[in-house]
Design a protein around this ligand. Structure first.
Ligand code: MRU
Length: 360
């Protein structure tokens, strides 16, 4: 089985997750027994990444349905889970699904069972969708490898859109893992992704564990590497993509898309259908952009060889701002790699692939 950041413990009930704040230096597992604990874990980024926070919330609501299946209590829990982080659409999507499944049943026992079945179905679908994203995206890497024999395909990625952010395989990393399984030579440029360094801490850890050649770079390096012809392809994930193809993702994604366009480098976004917001057309101004604690910018945490240490990087009196996401306009996106195939990032392209779901 591929590695996972979330699972149900042997008692069959307790939700357990890897505490991603502690990676790569320590592997700490946390139990999430209550909605409060799940809300804390999502807010504080014990768990993070759009598909994973959806799956975590789904299981937390299923546990709540087991303990207190009354509709008003479930609705209140659902509202709290949905409010934990604003940008990733997967969170509300998963919570709404579990809530609807539970409330459709008359008896408490049936509610608890329906909620658990729905959480299981969401989890299984996210795993399968990420596996398929790998299959759908790998021809992009194959084609570049064929055209450039004798050297690796250089893929640049931003933040962590790997299995830690999903349940398995990842989104942006899935084609990379599939390419490696097929023996294609790949090298990944890993944006460090300040302020919380999901690239340097998490993507680098994942790739190292899987034996994928990679190099961590400071966030501002990508443009230079593109100008030097050292990036063949950019693949990133997304927290919310609109019905017209605007892509909200980790802050800094937009700048990479601009640099890729200026250098004629393909810029792809990998996503399961749970990351589409079918209710939004224009992402600019409409996608809620999370603003987090400025201290995440003012301070940095690292490993001194023995323990984790947190140090301030700016003058004590300097204020900071911490915008966690940005929106890359669809016109800068070469294509969307989804579980159903690769489509253009525009209303027609998306409707052509997801006509059954997309708004008309
Ligand atoms: O703030 P985070 O770490 O939750 O942000 C995660 C990202 O921006 C990922 O790129 C995104 O969720 C895609 S997950 C496959």
């Amino acid at each position: 089985m591929t590695p996972r950041p979330i699972w149900i413990a042997q008692d069959g009930l307790t939700l357990q997750v890897i505490d991603q704040r502690r990676l790569p230096h320590e592997r700490v597992v946390r139990d999430l027994n209550t909605v409060d604990e799940a809300v804390y874990a999502i807010k504080e980024m014990v768990v993070r990444g759009a598909p994973l926070i959806g799956v975590t919330a789904a299981w937390a609501l299923a546990a709540a349905a087991r303990r207190a299946p009354e509709a008003p209590l479930l609705e209140a829990s659902a509202a709290r889970l949905k409010a934990a982080r604003p940008t990733a659409i997967n969170l509300a999507w998963a919570v709404d699904r579990v809530l609807a499944a539970a409330l459709a049943c008359p008896s408490p026992e049936e509610r608890a069972l329906a909620a658990r079945c729905e959480a299981e179905a969401i989890t299984a679908a996210e795993v399968e969708n990420c596996r398929r994203i790998g299959e759908q995206g790998v021809p992009l890497i194959e084609e570049i490898a064929r055209a450039n024999p004798g050297r690796p395909v250089n893929v640049l990625t931003h933040c962590n859109a790997g299995w830690l952010a999903c349940v398995a395989y990842g989104t942006a990393t899935a084609p990379i893992y599939t390419a490696c399984e097929r023996g294609l030579p790949v090298h990944v440029w890993v944006d460090e992704t300040r302020p919380l360094n999901q690239g340097a801490r998490l993507t680098a850890w994942e790739l190292a564990a899987a034996g994928v050649p990679h190099t961590v770079i400071a966030d501002n390096t990508g443009g230079h590497l593109m100008q030097q012809g050292r990036v063949d392809l950019v693949i990133v994930g997304t927290d919310r993509t609109t019905a017209s193809g605007d892509v909200a993702n980790k802050i800094g994604t937009y700048l990479k898309a601009l640099a890729a366009r200026d250098n004629g480098i393909p810029f792809y976004v990998a996503l399961p259908s749970s990351s589409f917001d079918w209710s939004l057309r224009d992402g600019m101004g409409a996608v809620p952009i999370e603003e987090r604690d400025p201290d995440e910018v003012r301070y940095i945490t690292g490993w001194d060889g023995e323990r984790s240490v947190r140090v301030r990087v700016c003058p004590e009196a300097s204020p900071a701002a911490n915008f966690a996401f940005d929106v890359t306009p669809a016109r800068l996106v070469t294509g969307l790699i989804t579980e159903r195939g690769i489509c253009r990032a525009d209303p027609e392209g998306i409707r052509g692939m997801f006509g059954d779901k997309a708004m008309t």
